[in-house]
Design a protein around this ligand. Structure first.
Ligand code: AHM
Ligand code: MG
Length: 314
């Protein structure tokens, strides 16, 4: 079997970049161990604080953030940490070449119900400063804490999937993820229908119309409410994920965050042959204006992304 260190040395000559990715993978191993025991260790519920975005932090959000911070502080190649759970970027006081932007534990509304959550990360060159476009990413990945613990990672080439084995080693289980171009599965929070824009409304109503409707086929809907779980399903078997701009999220620019949710996921999906858009432009081309900036997110099978882009173009 190919392990993560083998894969990293085959994918890049840059040992420092490989070690930045390895540090996030190691944080994922520790977070997985916390999550597995959380109901026993009493790490459930709220931490009693809110983050910069006004969201109540869960105990495990804080624990996961601390684990990531510990691993990155110990690696001198990382100079700056941007985290969903930290108001400001953290200067790790080194001459490190990389910035890591991360959501240490995404999908926290699913924490106390034993549903898949994840750690998302983006690696950026420190010389580019805090606010860089997704195209500047050097690598990205996520860890999905599900029935198996998966690590999905991409430097600049293919997107690969690893599975954590019993000894704590990441074993390569999918060398080249390939998102099918066509799909009949969409993921959106339909409880928000009353806020949707015309393009989203048209896309979903065409999808649910079935074989005799304008899309000419039957669609199925899946929504975990945990972006890592929804994107992992799409990476493995196709589909589309939508968290579009809607009338309620408009003033904030969207729901999901550009630097540590949208950009890394777009990087991974595009590496697997899928596409990403805000509706009107590629996510990876969006100029960053703030470390916690939000953005509309549409990701997945190329044909489905093209279909909704068609509605936005009208
Ligand atoms: P979080 O970072 O606070 O966990 O929020 C992000 C999550 C995503 O994982 C998921 O796609 C989305 O929020 C779910 O939103 P909703 O609550 O509208 O279903
Ligand atoms: Mg999140």
């Amino acid at each position: 079997m190919t392990t993560l260190p083998d894969w990293l040395s085959a994918e890049t000559d840059d040992a420092a970049l490989a070690s930045a990715i390895a540090s996030m993978a190691a944080a994922g191993v520790d977070i997985a161990a916390e999550l597995r025991q959380a109901p026993i260790s009493g790490h459930t519920g709220l931490a009693g604080a809110t983050n910069v975005q006004g969201e109540a932090q869960k105990a495990l959000d804080v624990i996961s953030n601390d684990i990531v911070l510990k691993h990155l502080e110990a690696n001198s190649v990382i100079s700056i940490l941007i985290s969903e759970e930290l108001d400001e970027a953290v200067d790790l006081a080194s001459e490190g070449r990389f910035i890591i932007a991360t959501d240490p534990l995404d999908g926290s509304s699913n924490l106390d119900v034993n549903v898949t959550v994840g750690t998302i990360f983006s690696v950026l060159p420190a010389e580019g400063g805090l606010l860089q476009k997704g195209t500047a990413q050097l690598a990205a990945g996520y860890v999905a804490y599900g029935p198996a613990t998966s690590l999905v990672v991409r430097i600049t080439g293919k997107t690969s999937v690893f599975t954590l084995d019993e000894s704590g080693t990441w074993q390569l289980t999918v060398d080249t993820a390939a998102i099918p171009t066509a799909s009949g599965e969409f993921a959106i929070n339909t409880a928000r229908e009353r806020f949707w824009d015309a393009a989203t409304t048209a896309y979903v109503s065409e999808s649910v119309a079935g074989e005799t409707g304008p899309a000419g086929k039957r669609y199925n809907m899946r929504w975990v409410g945990s972006m890592v779980a929804d994107i992992h399903r799409i990476l493995m078997r196709g589909g589309i994920f939508l968290y579009p701009l809607d009338s309620e999220t408009q003033s904030k620019g969207g729901r999901l965050r550009l630097l540590y949710e949208a950009n890394p996921m777009a990087w991974l999906v595009e590496g697997a042959g899928g596409r990403s858009t805000t509706g009107t432009q590629s996510i990876l081309d969006v100029e960053a204006t703030g470390i916690h900036q939000r953005i509309p997110v549409i990701l997945g099978s190329a044909d489905e992304v093209a279909r909704i882009e068609g509605f936005y173009a009208r």
